[in-house]
Ligand binder design. Structure first.
Ligand SMILES: [Zn+2]
Length: 316
């Protein structure tokens, strides 16, 4: 495997895909169209809980928490879903609740499980909102993500790469008439293009994948940066937060305790491994092992997180 292919495969895995699931594509043909179950976690905010699995034909990459906010003048989609099918099901769910126009589709970061449903909303002609660095990240990875998703689900269910039409480089406010939603661009953390939302009306924070709960986090941006961005988000007085993976709503900032402990452990023990001249392969087997029983899919992600952390910290 070339370095490029290896790096791409690693990034793909970080995005929630599992390449070993690909043979399941021969079972293509099952369909699950229509609205799905969602929960109204605060006034006008509806969230669908993603399953705690890697992407597969069976789950249609519906593995992230996604949802929508209904305002007086329109709807904001807060992550359009992991595939065209997931996005179509989300759109059907929205249409069960309201006929207001879908004005904004926010794409929280480049990982496919959050954004490949965007194509389902093109017919609504919304503003597609993303981090200023999302466009470049999609140029680098989008087509590859799309092709693997197409192999897994069939090209008709994978979804197109949709570029953001409104870029956020610092922060901005989105107006739905009776509610303002702040969008904030973060420095390298979970990825290099993380965008969070804050609904001022209900005090609800949408950190997306800056917050994993129960499912093991995946590091694809910067470890020190992630801890810094988490610390900044904790300063925000929010009534609740919607994790990118895990329960649809948790108290904030109390809900950040586990991921902060994991990332802090990852940083401390990786630094120690570097200081002790422990090789990267040995570090992968030992760093953060005290966290193994605390996370779903730990063995699928921790080793790669250690590799990322080691490369970040070894030159300091
Ligand atoms: Zn992600």
């Amino acid at each position: 495997m070339t370095d490029l292919a290896s790096a791409t495969r690693r990034r793909l895995l970080l995005g929630g895909f599992c390449l070993c699931c690909l043979p399941g594509a021969i079972r293509r043909g099952e369909a699950s169209p229509g609205p799905f179950a969602s929960e109204e976690i605060a006034e006008g905010i509806h969230i669908r809980r993603g399953v705690d699995e890697d992407a597969s034909l069976a789950n249609r990459d519906a593995i992230a928490n996604i949802g929508f906010i209904i305002g007086r003048d329109g709807v904001l989609v807060a992550d359009p879903g992991g595939s065209l099918t997931d996005g179509e099901n989300l759109r059907a769910t929205i249409r069960q609740k309201t006929n207001l126009p879908i004005r904004f589709v926010v794409m929280s970061h480049v990982h496919p499980d959050h954004i490949f449903g965007a194509g389902a909303f093109r017919q609504d002609n919304p503003v597609f909102v993303g981090h200023a660095r999302l466009a470049q990240a999609l140029l680098q990875r989008g087509e590859y993500y799309r092709s693997v998703l197409a192999t897994m689900l069939g090209s008709e269910r994978a979804g197109p790469v949709v570029a953001p039409t409104m870029l956020v480089s610092d922060k901005t406010e989105i107006d739905l008439g009776d509610r303002l939603i702040e969008a904030r661009a973060h420095g390298p953390a979970h990825t290099t293009c993380d965008l969070s939302l804050f609904d001022k009306k209900t005090g609800t924070l949408f950190p997306a994948d800056l917050l994993f709960v129960r499912r093991a986090p995946s590091l694809d941006g910067g470890l020190r940066g992630w801890l810094k961005e988490l610390a900044a988000l904790k300063q925000r007085g929010a009534a609740r937060a919607v994790p990118g993976h895990g329960p649809v709503s948790i108290d904030w900032p109390a809900g950040s305790t586990d991921i902060e402990r994991y990332l802090t452990t990852l940083e401390r023990e990786t630094r120690q491994a570097v200081a002790d001249s422990v090789g990267i392969e040995a570090a992968v087997r030992t760093v953060a092992s005290s966290e193994r029983d605390k996370w779903l899919l730990f063995d699928e992600y921790n080793g790669r997180n250690v590799t990322e952390a080691y490369r970040e910290l070894e030159w300091q």
